[in-house]
Design a protein around this ligand. Structure first.
Ligand SMILES: [Mg+2]
Length: 207
């Protein structure tokens, strides 16, 4: 889920200033997809604080290409309910590799000179996981200094995720978890996928 606060004022959409230049660039492209034709400007922290005192703040939210506008007050209530539901309902966490799994495999040194290309069906599978309510943690050996670049690639390909863990060791990944004595069944699951062949073998549990 992608979100951004905004204020409509005198035919202009105002948003708070972005955290980074690149973050601002990708956010601007995203905002223009929704507010097409309406000027979108970012306000300095001081201006935003002044504006939000006297204007209603809204939240633009996108889930799988569906945009909604909600007042900040209402959005916070919905988020609170959603968090409470997550605590009660037992959703799963999917730890998912990026290169060779979501994107076709490329060598580290070619990340910036070649485009990221989705593997067959990987995006659809990730959307299915999110729609079922589960959490997606992307795990990659890409170094931290490629974070902005990686976020841009994920953004450009509309890859849904909740966390991005970078700089992992390059060997196999092991998932360790305890079993619930009251609810028998495996609680550490893994899939070994053929490189670049997509994620169709991955099954998504209904919570
Ligand atoms: Mg990989």
């Amino acid at each position: 889920m992608k979100t951004c606060r905004f204020i409509r004022k005198d035919g202009v959409v105002w948003v708070p200033s972005p955290d980074s230049w690149l973050g601002g660039w990708t956010r601007q492209r995203w905002l223009e997809r929704h507010f097409s034709g309406i000027p979108v400007r970012s306000a300095s922290a001081a201006t935003w604080a002044d504006m939000s005192e006297v204007n209603e703040v809204y939240v633009l939210c996108e889930v799988s290409d569906n945009f909604t506008e909600t007042s900040l007050k209402k959005f916070r209530q919905i988020e609170k309910k959603r968090e409470e539901k997550i605590l009660v309902q037992k959703f799963d966490t999917y730890f998912c590799d990026i290169d060779g799994t979501i994107f076709k495999y490329r060598k580290f040194e070619t990340y910036k000179s070649s485009p990221a290309e989705l593997t067959p069906g990987s995006l659809e599978k990730l959307i299915e996981i999110k729609k079922a309510g589960h959490m997606i943690v992307l795990t990659t050996a890409r170094p931290e200094d490629l974070r902005e670049h990686t976020l841009m690639e994920l953004e450009q390909n509309s890859v849904p995720f909740d966390r991005l863990v970078m700089g992992l060791a390059r060997g196999p990944r092991h998932l360790i978890n305890d079993m619930d004595p009251n609810n028998p069944g495996e609680r550490a699951v893994s899939w070994n996928l053929n490189r670049d062949e997509g994620m169709s073998d991955v099954t998504v549990r209904s919570p």
